[in-house]
Write a protein that binds this ligand. Structure first.
Ligand code: FAD
Ligand code: UDP
Length: 384
């Protein structure tokens, strides 16, 4: 089938695009065209095998699947099985390693105490700096919950490195992504289910896109082929929303990442899949060691790979993270108003909704779009 003939066109082969494509092909029994500008499927979840060591790694940063959403969990397991990996993160502050996010071990080690769980609340009350009303930003939220010492050590400079803005310009919700525990539970996530796809994320995407009715065009920018597509095709767009409208109200700001990979001649470099570096004078935010993501696999005894992650402002080529500052929210509102007026065009995903979705939230969003918007309609009518 020629690309001019498709009635369902999807931009982006990340989770939003691939799940929607799978639903359209398998539930509507319709041909789907997926347009992807990168040279691979999978969006930011993409995984690959390092040729020198055989270690499976995630090219765009460590991705841990976690969810408490039963519908999403049941859906995604039809395309992959998950290993038993449980995510735990460590933070390296002044050359000492602490469990992170903050739990009782972190507090006892940092303040050289031996507090019991029931003593933590009282102790934190001696550290906390309450703010007037409800905390209005990341810094106020952190200081009102944990006090300035822990904030300075583990959050402030890491957040500045990661977001390149003053934490007072970030919403409290970003801080709230992290759990706090007054016991020794060092799991990163609260969720009911978690793990890493046993055969990697790319295998999961291959299965999502396996139906013969799905055609994937790699290395193709939607905006360069848009004029060739059927005018009344149903369009699901998971690229940046400001780009879709040709930046008519101005550019949203994004953050991107740079990764530096190194092969090291040792079996285990750091003893954990991720170690965070919250100090200002260390330029990277974290070091990933992907071999730890697959404890079930046999990997070399003399080699490992490590990946240093650097955060930087996006200059328009590879946006990863929306930046939830007030001006961006204003622009987003204008773009969303335009988007709501389009018929048969659905703009969504991390880049399309300009939202900090985790994978399970992106899958949920794709299923919702399919079930509530695409499935009920029978006659696509809007121009691409
Ligand atoms: P993406 O994966 O970004 O896919 C969008 C796709 O659209 C891309 O492939 C892009 O190339 C393509 N595209 C854009 N514009 C065009 C165009 N004009 N033409 C053609 N193609 C185009 N979630 C978790 O649950 N757990 C984690 O541990 C986790 N870790 C993360 C770590 C990092 C560093 C990042 C950035 C995200 C992480 N996430 C994690 C979130 C997860 O990556 C997202 O939820 C998910 O990838 C969003 O899928 P998406 O399809 O919306 O976007
Ligand atoms: N954060 C921090 N110190 C850390 C890890 C995270 O201050 O060691 C902050 C940072 O601002 C981050 C937020 O907490 O954006 C949420 O953390 P999460 O791990 O959810 O962020 P992600 O890696 O998904 O961006």
């Amino acid at each position: 089938m020629d690309i001019t003939e498709y009635s369902y066109v999807i931009v982006g082969s990340g989770l939003l695009g691939s799940v929607t494509a799978e639903r359209i092909a398998n539930q509507l029994n319709q041909p789907v065209l997926v347009i992807e500008k990168r040279d691979h499927i999978g969006g930011n979840c993409y995984s690959a095998t390092d040729p020198a060591t055989g270690i499976e790694y995630h090219r765009y940063g460590t991705h841990i699947f976690h969810t408490s959403n039963e519908k999403v969990w049941n859906y995604i397991r039809r395309f992959t099985s998950f290993n038993t990996y449980r995510h735990k993160v460590l933070s390296c502050y002044k050359d000492r390693i602490y469990p992170f996010p903050i739990n009782l071990a972190t507090i006892n080690q940092f303040f050289d105490r031996n507090l019991k769980p029931q003593e933590v609340e009282h102790f934190l009350n001696t550290l906390r700096q309450p703010v007037k009303g409800t905390p209005a930003n990341f810094e106020e939220q952190a200081i009102s919950l944990l006090g300035p010492e822990l904030y300075e050590a583990f959050f402030k400079h890491y957040t500045i490195k990661q977001w390149q803005v003053d934490p007072r310009q970030l919403p409290p919700a970003i801080f709230n992504r992290l759990p706090f525990r007054n016991n020794y539970d060092d799991n990163y996530f609260f969720d009911r289910w978690q793990g890493i796809p046993e055969k990697g994320y790319t295998d999961l995407f291959q299965r999502l896109l396996a139906d013969k009715k799905i055609k994937v065009l790699l290395n193709t920018d939607f905006f360069e082929v848009r004029h060739l597509l059927k005018k009344d095709a149903c369009l699901i767009y998971s690229g940046p929303i400001d780009r879709f409208f040709d930046y008519k109200y101005g550019k949203l700001s994004w953050r991107t990442l740079r990764f530096e990979q190194e092969t090291v001649d040792t079996e285990d470099y750091q003893g954990n899949s991720v170690i965070n570096f919250p100090e200002a004078d260390i330029p990277y935010t974290r070091i990933h060691e992907p071999r730890h993501l697959h404890p079930e696999k046999e990997y070399p005894k003399d080699k490992t790979i490590i990946i240093r992650e650097y955060s930087l402002a996006d200059r328009g080529d590879d946006p990863y993270y929306p930046i939830a500052a007030a001006e961006n929210q204003r622009l987003l509102g204008l773009y969303q108003k335009e988007a709501a007026q389009l018929n048969n065009v659905f703009i969504s995903g991390r880049l399309g909704d300009y939202k900090y979705y985790d994978m399970h939230q992106t899958i949920d969003r794709a299923l919702e779009i399919f079930e509530t918007r695409i499935l009920p309609q029978t006659h696509p009518i809007h121009a691409v």
